[in-house]
Design a protein around this ligand. Structure first.
Ligand code: HEM
Length: 127
């Protein structure tokens, strides 16, 4: 395996792992648990995962260029959903967010996250 291939694999791993952390966390809190209170250090970890997601995503995008117009359109929607996911996962850990509001916010992240994964599956199938 040549070194550039190794870097691609590492970036793909980082992207998917960050997705697991952010989207998986929201899906778990929305559908599989009741006490979804943030632990100390959660905001920093969320920020770290968001930066890893963005960085590894930009790397994959640059490697994928050039792409057809339909890819641009779907990617634009994906990026808007990412902005929603990023903003809400940062805001959900702020003090003063009560349990009912936290549940609503995390459900929104879970829905946007699952939609983003669907769009990513389409992106992958575009030649
Ligand atoms: C919560 C947000 C995100 C989710 C859930 C998500 C999810 C995914 C998934 C599941 C894949 C498929 C990976 C694979 O099969 O190897 C993927 C690929 C990709 N992601 Fe993301 N991603 C997110 C954010 C981003 C961001 C912010 C960027 C860029 C700035 C990005 C750019 C890409 C690119 C370029 C690919 C490759 C698509 C292709 O095969 O052409 N993603 N993403």
């Amino acid at each position: 395996m040549d070194p550039s291939n190794l870097l691609s694999v590492a970036m793909r791993w980082l992207h998917l792992t960050s997705v697991v952390v952010i989207v998986g966390g929201a899906v778990h809190a929305s559908f599989f648990s009741t006490a979804g209170k943030p632990v100390p250090g959660a905001p920093q970890r969320v920020l770290f995962a968001l930066i890893a997601l963005l960085g590894s995503g930009i790397f994959q995008l640059l490697n994928r260029m050039p792409v057809p117009p339909v890819y641009h359109m779907l990617f634009g929607i994906k990026f808007l959903l990412f902005l929603h996911i990023g903003a809400v996962t940062m805001l959900v850990n702020r003090p003063g967010v009560d349990d009912a509001k936290r549940s609503r916010m995390l459900l929104g992240v879970a829905i946007s996250g699952l939609t983003t994964i669907l769009i990513s599956a389409f992106l992958r199938s575009i030649q």
